[in-house]
Design a protein around this ligand. Sequence first.
Ligand SMILES: Cc1cc2nc3c(=O)[nH]c(=O)nc-3n(C[C@H](O)[C@H](O)[C@H](O)COP(=O)(O)OP(=O)(O)OC[C@H]3O[C@@H](n4cnc5c(N)ncnc54)[C@H](O)[C@@H]3O)c2cc1C
Length: 381
Amino acid sequence: MKIYENAVIGGGASGLMFAASLKDKSGTVILEKNPQLGAKILISGGGKCNFTNKNISYKDYLGDKKFINATIKKLNSKWLLNWFTSRGLQYSIKNGTEYFCKNSSKEILEILKREINGVGLKLNCEILGIGKEGNIFKIFTKQGAILAKRAVVASGGLSFPKLGASSIGFDIAKSFGHKIVPASPALVGWTLQKEQSFFKSLSGISVDAKICVQNREFKAPILFAHKGISGPAVLNASLFWSKGFVEIDFLPNFDLDLIRGSKRSVSNELPLPKRFSKAFLEHINLQDKPCSRLKGEEFKKLSLFKSYKFAPAGTFGYSKAEVTKGGICTDEIDSKTLMSKKEENLYFLGEVLNVTGRLGGYNLHWAFTSGVKCAAEVTKS
Ligand SMILES: Cc1cc2nc3c(=O)[nH]c(=O)nc-3n(C[C@H](O)[C@H](O)[C@H](O)COP(=O)(O)OP(=O)(O)OC[C@H]3O[C@@H](n4cnc5c(N)ncnc54)[C@H](O)[C@@H]3O)c2cc1C
């Protein structure tokens, strides 16, 4: 029976980049559960794949900063951008720092597919578990067993199960004695308690707001949705929320004193969508009348627009979460090689590890560069 040099579990961002970065590609096989590679790459960034950010820093991630920095310090956004553009990628920049494919995520996937030429590929190949006999890994799949000298687990987190996500990476890690930092959905919208259900009637409206959670502030748009609230401010704040209260400032750049004494109605004066202002005024039991007619206590109540405290009911869950927070504890992974400290020649890459970036290209940057780093080490040995 053939013994591969490297068996890569998962043909997503990190697994593809690992294989693409190997000098000698013969002897490596990618095992992917889906009928196609890189399903998440294709839908990422709204179909244009926000693959890195000009300002990549360990500060943009949850997880062990030293561990993360060991990879991204050298393999920074300039490096990654050059890797892709030197292979023909055209990009555009949004919000000043976020790099996207100019036309479509397909362009990045096509580059990666080209670069893995020579690597073996088994699609529709679901991994069920891994064992080790002597120095050889035995990888159990629905298509039978596969033998390899190195097992590279690049199977991602739990979000978007419809695109192939599974707990196999965590299961493999546990079976080799690794600790898992409890996982939860992140970069995800919040569901609401009954008292905030009026937000749902505002579905489709977006407001520029500031969310405060655990003494951190996130200034960006909030989007009201049928299920609850979402949008960049909520997604980033969700990284730091597990339960309890959050505070929203719906008027982060506005001084309420400016409307004191105005003859126009509150909803006409506030720089917010009128439908939102009216619904919020109703929620706080305040009549939408000319500002000049608001009595002292009534005017004070307007400050709720600037500091509205409530407790989300929960999150939209893994079916909508962009990433998984938590994962394989990096204390037990060598930051120089990404090899397990518990089992020789067992490697872990990408989102399966306890490394979670904020919105803006940080998660794909981690997935890609952890693949590059591991391939460089494997090539050396
Ligand atoms: C809707 C959405 C939009 C996103 N947009 C962005 C963005 O613009 N920028 C950004 O930085 N990040 C974005 N992300 C996050 C980013 O896509 C992930 O962090 C990244 O893909 C993780 O790479 P990975 O290689 O670790 O895992 P994945 O890319 O998830 O790859 C894992 C692979 O393993 C396979 N697999 C799983 N279980 C098994 C099994 N049992 N057997 C065989 N194969 C298996 C999966 O099918 C998958 O192909 C987005 C995520 C989502 C869901």
